[in-house]
Design a protein around this ligand. Structure first.
Ligand SMILES: NC(=O)C1=CN([C@@H]2O[C@H](COP(=O)(O)OP(=O)(O)OC[C@H]3O[C@@H](n4cnc5c(N)ncnc54)[C@H](O)[C@@H]3O)[C@@H](O)[C@H]2O)C=CC1
Ligand SMILES: O=C(O)CCC(=O)C(=O)O
Length: 489
């Protein structure tokens, strides 16, 4: 233990309505990616025993929870939303300190979490079934919905408030109890979110949080016989393992994984707007969004104009600590992520792409202890290169020149992923062709690839998801089972 460890705040697991340290008092550190010497908090390093306690609490509490009226559950979510709204600054700051995104983005995400909570709180008063005419004239045939039971939530560090809440809130409103494993990188932020539910008066055991490694707690959730459904967001490799473990024991699962999202710039595009959307979609949150723009497919007529405007604008972006009001682009969220980004930049050069801008560690000594990489722009990228095929999850834009819209859409679809895609064009025919032919779960015309609305379904095609959808009304499909009821007097 160093001096800093001794003075750092300590955060616990949340099990059966109480804050509890991990079995044996095992801890780990959550560090600041803007300065690796700064410990944001001491967090639990939980074991299977901690998980067992959380699952047992969730299993016991779920019967009483599902028997409440939806409106009663909704009232508790509305309370949690109000509490979180009052703590936007505190939660946003914790997020910036733990994973590096700029403070305005972090506070914006927390406000989005509040809005998601309110949306699902309202769901407690909405319909959960249909009346269907029976072929028997005397019978009453209808559908209703049953909760799954206990849901395991495994969430990543890139949206440490919005993603857990778009999983926890529908799980809870439809009558499930929850065991949540947040990413360790953002466990302090998670504890602050958890505190809002505690302060709202959620009954003990309904929502539990266990912080620990993916291979112990995450895998433990995927394999646990008393967890009836698992919702996961993260990497493809882990998502597939979670899905297989769930399938093997007949549990329901939902996976939201990577993306390799294209933006197409047509010859008739408003180039200035397209440049802005490419920068915002590709580089905000330091490119660490599953919906981030990474392939920039530009029709030859506007290629040079687009390229020079893009370089000029990217050069103006200030890289720095996310708490600094001047900063546009924070650090990568952790050291491994930074190394991954740097290794892809090397690979791009080795494969013959031309690095036009950035892609280096900043020279500013004030940034030397952070996980910073300057935003990179590659020219002369071909679709088969690793930087055009694999998810990098960092500030790297790959420019691909094409002859026409037809070729642009073909290349946009030339990937195993299918999460989001966008086009800039003023031609309605181009827009409609793109909407029709693009193999992606979210397609956007004259808008950046990122940007998800909480009331609309979100999820990917191909290897980006388990073909399920989250958010909006779509969430009810995962968190409940349909029960068809036939009643005859
Ligand atoms: N789709 C998305 O939004 C995200 C995608 N990623 C992708 O994943 C790459 C690696 O990032 P990581 O943080 O390492 O992602 P990851 O997939 O390892 O982590 C996501 C969550 O899964 C948990 N986990 C890890 N191993 C597990 C296991 N064996 N069983 C169950 N749960 C497990 C983690 O603790 C975390 O809570 C990124 O470079 C990016 O490409 C990462 C985060 C979010
Ligand atoms: O684009 C967004 O707002 C959501 C992105 C997302 O879900 C993710 O990165 O996991």
């Amino acid at each position: 233990m160093n001096d800093m460890t001794q003075t750092s705040p300590v955060y616990d697991n949340y099990i059966n309505g109480e804050w509890k340290s991990a079995e044996g008092g095992r801890t780990q550190k959550s560090i600041n990616p803007a300065n690796k010497n700064e410990i944001v908090g001491i967090i639990p390093d939980s074991s299977k025993q901690d998980l067992e306690k959380a699952v047992a609490a969730a299993k016991t509490s779920r019967l009483a929870w599902r028997k409440l009226a939806g409106a009663q559950r909704g009232n508790l979510l509305f309370k949690a939303a109000d509490i979180m709204e009052n703590r936007i600054n505190e939660i946003g700051e914790a997020m910036t300190l733990e994973m590096g995104k700029t403070l305005p983005e972090a506070k914006g995400e927390t406000a989005r979490g509040v809005a998601i909570l309110r949306y699902y709180a309202g769901e407690g008063m909405r319909k959960i079934g249909d009346v269907i005419p029976s072929s028997d004239a005397d019978a009453f045939l209808y559908t209703t919905r049953s909760p799954l039971g206990t849901v395991g939530v495994i969430s990543p560090w890139n949206f440490p408030v919005a993603i857990p809440i778009w999983k926890l809130a529908p799980a809870l409103i439809y009558g499930n109890s929850v065991v949540w494993k947040p990413a360790t990188e953002t466990a302090v932020t998670a504890a602050k979110v958890m505190q809002c539910f505690h302060d709202a008066g959620l009954p003990a055991g309904v929502l539990n949080m266990v912080v620990g490694s993916g291979s112990v707690i995450g895998q433990g959730i995927a394999e646990h016989a008393d967890i009836n459904g698992i919702t996961f967001t993260g990497s493809n490799a882990v998502g597939q393992a979670v899905g297989q473990a769930a399938l093997a024991r007949g549990a329901k699962y939902q996976l939201e994984m990577g993306g390799k999202n294209p933006i197409i710039i047509a010859a008739d595009a408003d180039v200035d707007l397209a440049v802005e959307a490419t920068i915002s979609g590709g580089l905000r949150s330091t490119g660490q969004k599953c919906t981030a723009t990474s392939r920039v497919i530009v029709v030859k007529d506007v290629y040079e104009e687009f390229k020079s405007k893009l370089i000029q604008k990217v050069a103006e972006l200030k890289v720095g600590n996310g708490l600094d009001a001047q900063t546009w682009l924070g650090p990568c969220a952790n050291e491994k992520q930074m190394e991954t980004v740097i290794s892809y930049i090397r690979k791009g050069v080795d494969e013959g792409a031309v690095l036009l801008h950035g892609g280096t560690r900043p020279t500013d000594r004030a940034l030397s202890d952070g996980f910073y990489v300057t935003p990179a722009i590659f020219d002369k990228v071909t679709s088969k290169m690793a930087i055009a095929q694999e998810e990098i999850f960092g500030p790297v834009l790959a420019l691909i020149e094409v002859n026409d819209i037809q070729e642009a859409i073909e290349l946009a679809n030339d990937t195993t992923y299918g999460l989001s895609a966008s086009i800039y064009t003023r031609n309605i025919g181009n827009a409609l062709q793109f909407v029709q032919d693009m193999e992606a779960g979210l397609v956007r015309v004259n808008a950046e690839t990122a940007g998800v609305e909480l009331q609309a379904p979100f999820g990917g095609m191909k290897q980006s998801s388990s073909h399920s959808r989250e958010q909006g009304q779509a969430a009810i499909e995962f968190y409940t089972s349909i029960k068809t009821v036939f009643i005859k007097p």
